[in-house]
Design a binder for this molecule. Structure first.
Ligand code: URA
Length: 434
């Protein structure tokens, strides 16, 4: 086979065969196909698309490009969860200990922040001592012993995706449905769970801004999961404004802990209960949503979810006193307030811009080598639909560096749209794909 012929075939709109996709992906992973040919292929896919069979084949080929995790030694149905990424998305930190407190085994591989979206690993590392650099043996043993473990994705997991993603990132070929679906699902399938619950974000803070595109992506990923023999479901959830009130690292962990103490923001608590109920159902621990939600709520009310978070943090070297008293998670000493420009209502918040404001404070990376400051962040006091009075604080910024604070405050101010209309915030769950 020749890559030249495959590029031309895709450029002319034909479907690639399973053998052609395998040959291309394995050759690219081994460095036998150069980046310039793979870039041309990615661009041809952007213009011509891939059908369902090709997308499935691409996913399996990328899954098989490296190691796969074997969780078969752990008893019970292992359920994984994946979010397509958003602003203020600290869901895993509350959700995973919660479902695991009810007996679900959680073996989670997570990533770091990408662009304006934060990453679970960066957030968890704001707990002093907490490590996600686990050896595979320890990871599996911890899941078996306490029911939950979380580690960073290893370089050997779906290496074809790692390479292709980096290439797409710099060639304007990220936002193609088949490429996104196969990228996410190749990693999920390699991570070894029996069932997968997907949280596909939609709105101004998500990769998919239009709900129709988010639904199409959810459908594509659910199809791939089922095709690979995994029970898979997706919720399409609102990312038109940040999730909860906290955006940053330590500040988001604080909010996740508060949520397991029953004091979380309504939208975030609702998302945790809805995703958790799907996880319990796929894991065979509940028949239907109402029953599952009741069990999850009880685990929050009786403190068992919080106890499980403590076990999890302790097992990974973290300081448990920060879970008992979340105010021990250090926030930056200086604060700046975003004052409302006039009387009125918050009509809209440009969600990705809130993520960028947090990044400017030092809460995310502008370059690969940047070091995150876990203590900076933003606490939103006003969200869409809330009434404001001129001069009242709509958000507090926790700031380590005054110059960065000024830039972030300016950007956050431009993200808030205050006017005379009392807009109604959309509900957090927009749709579901089963
Ligand atoms: N996240 C991924 O892992 N891959 C994509 O292509 C987009 C988001």
């Amino acid at each position: 086979m020749r890559m030249y012929d495959l590029i031309r075939k895709k450029k002319d709109g034909a479907a690639l065969s399973r053998e052609e996709i395998d040959w291309m992906i394995q050759g690219y992973t081994r460095g036998e196909i150069p980046d310039y040919q793979m870039s041309a292929m990615a661009m041809a896919i952007c213009f011509r698309g891939m059908d369902e069979r090709e997308t499935g084949d691409l996913t399996l080929s990328m899954r098989d490009s490296g190691d796969t995790v074997d969780l078969s030694g752990i008893k019970g149905i292992k359920v994984d969860k994946h979010s397509t990424g958003g602003v203020g998305d600290k869901t895993s930190i509350a959700l995973l200990p919660l479902v695991s407190s009810l007996g679900l085994k959680i073996a989670k591989m997570s990533g770091r922040g990408l662009g304006h979206t934060g990453g679970t690993i960066d957030k968890l590392e704001s707990i002093p001592g907490f490590t996600t650099s686990l050896e595979m043996d320890r990871f599996v043993k911890q899941v078996d012993e306490i029911g939950i473990a979380l580690m960073g994705q290893t370089a050997e997991l779906a290496p074809a995706d790692k390479k292709l993603y980096a290439l797409r990132d710099v060639t304007g070929t990220v936002d193609q449905m088949s490429l996104i679906a196969s990228s996410i699902m190749s990693k999920k399938l390699a991570a070894g769970a029996d069932a997968i619950v997907l949280d596909v974000k939609s709105g101004s803070g998500a990769f998919m801004q239009d709900p129709k595109d988010a639904k199409a992506l959810a459908e594509a990923m659910v199809r791939i999961g089922k095709h690979a023999g995994k029970k898979t479901r997706a919720l399409i959830t609102n990312m038109d404004q940040p999730l909860g009130n906290a955006v940053g690292n330590a500040i988001e962990v604080r909010e996740a802990i508060e949520t397991l103490k029953g004091k979380g923001p309504a939208d975030f608590t609702e998302l945790v209960l809805e995703l958790g109920s799907r996880m319990l159902i796929l894991g065979g621990l509940a028949e239907e949503t109402a029953e599952a939600r009741e069990r999850l709520q009880k685990a929050i009310d009786d403190g068992s979810a919080l106890e499980q978070l403590k076990r999890f943090v302790k097992a990974q070297g973290g300081d448990v006193s920060c879970v008992e008293d979340e105010s021990l998670l250090k926030l930056a000493d200086q604060t700046m307030e975003l004052a409302a420009p006039c009387d009125g209502y918050v009509e809209r918040i440009e969600c990705a811009e809130v993520g960028m404001s947090s990044l400017l404070l030092g809460g995310g990376r502008e370059t690969k080598t940047d070091v995150i400051d876990p203590s900076v962040g933003i606490l939103l006091h006003k969200k869409v639909g809330d009434a404001v009075k001129k001069g009242e604080s709509m958000a507090t910024l926790y700031v380590s560096d005054r110059t960065k604070g000024e830039a972030a405050l300016k950007r956050l101010g431009a993200a808030y749209h205050v006017g005379g209309e009392a807009a109604v915030a959309q509900s957090i769950i927009l749709d579901e794909v089963i």
